[in-house]
Design a protein around this ligand. Sequence first.
Ligand code: ZN
Length: 109
Amino acid sequence: MLMKTTKLPRSECLNCGHPLDRATHVDGARRAKPGDVTLCIRCSHIMIFTEDMSFRNPTDEELTEIAADADVMRAAVALARMREEMPYEDDDKSDLSRWLTANRLGRPQ
Ligand SMILES: [Zn+2]
């Protein structure tokens, strides 16, 4: 499977402050774009990409939608599994430490 990674302007996780500058889609074949759901690789905090590809917290309405989205739940499980296999280390300077899994919110366009 070809993994497409989207390079992002560097932002920090809104919850834990971890620097994030890349996103990898759970399906591996799509690039992250505004409106997509993303999970912090470190704390799994759920955020939404803004127009300039920084983050904002989801609204209550969006959270309800996200909770019902099988793709997002799949991403959360994949992230948890990845963390088990490759425990996150704070001093890890590899690109991998900054990856997050991105996900579409809503329907494909
Ligand atoms: Zn975080």
